[in-house]
Design a protein around this ligand. Sequence first.
Ligand SMILES: C[S@@+](CC[C@H](N)C(=O)[O-])C[C@H]1O[C@@H](n2cnc3c(N)ncnc32)[C@H](O)[C@@H]1O
Length: 224
Amino acid sequence: MKEIFYNVFTKNRLLYTLNQCPGQNVYGEKLVNEGKKEYRTWDPYRSKLAATMFKGLSYFNLKPDSSVLYLGASTGTTVSHISDITSGMVYAVEFSERMMRNLLTLSGRRKNIMPLLLDARFPEKYSWIESVDMVYVDIADPQETEIAIRNAQLFLKGNGLLFIAVKSQSIDVTKDPSVIYKEESEKLVNSDFKILQTIDLEPYEKHHAMLVCSFVKNRKMTSP
Ligand SMILES: C[S@@+](CC[C@H](N)C(=O)[O-])C[C@H]1O[C@@H](n2cnc3c(N)ncnc32)[C@H](O)[C@@H]1O
């Protein structure tokens, strides 16, 4: 296994995280043993973060105790891999009760996932969370970028990273996806973010790109 980012591994063109719950998988992914360790395969067709890594991500800042605010946690596919990577808290916001049921089961097994049955459009409802090293947004909402900006301004540490999985068809089906990625990037730049990478997620996810951003300069946190 070759470590490409902290606790993220690759072997024979597959991606893995070190399983923090040995013997258990989350979404049917394969478990692989090597040495005395167990790894979970990380499927780029099931997780946009894995797809982003396959498509050439250069910036990834998770370390042993990094904390993450994850908006649009769904049933926890990607959240579970992030919880393998860091032992810091993963605040997993999801507004669908149906998705939340699986997320609750997952968080019962993994102590660093805090499921929050809340709406990411109203971050003041979770204003008590700590400031985080990464804000990850995957909510397929026409206002996704605005929601991401607001959450990052409130919770992201000055040197943290913001990941936004933009689904062009959720924003405007009539426009070319590349135009939408550019327009969403402009909104970020106008709010003092720097676009570090724009990664098209084809063929893993159609009409999706990951925007990887940081603040232009270190900044103070604002209150909600
Ligand atoms: C594309 S899925 C996310 C998949 C997930 N990120 C993964 O990789 O495992 C989008 C999720 O965002 C949730 N969602 C959409 N808008 C939301 C909002 N405003 N607040 C919280 N969750 C939201 C949906 O219910 C859905 O479960």
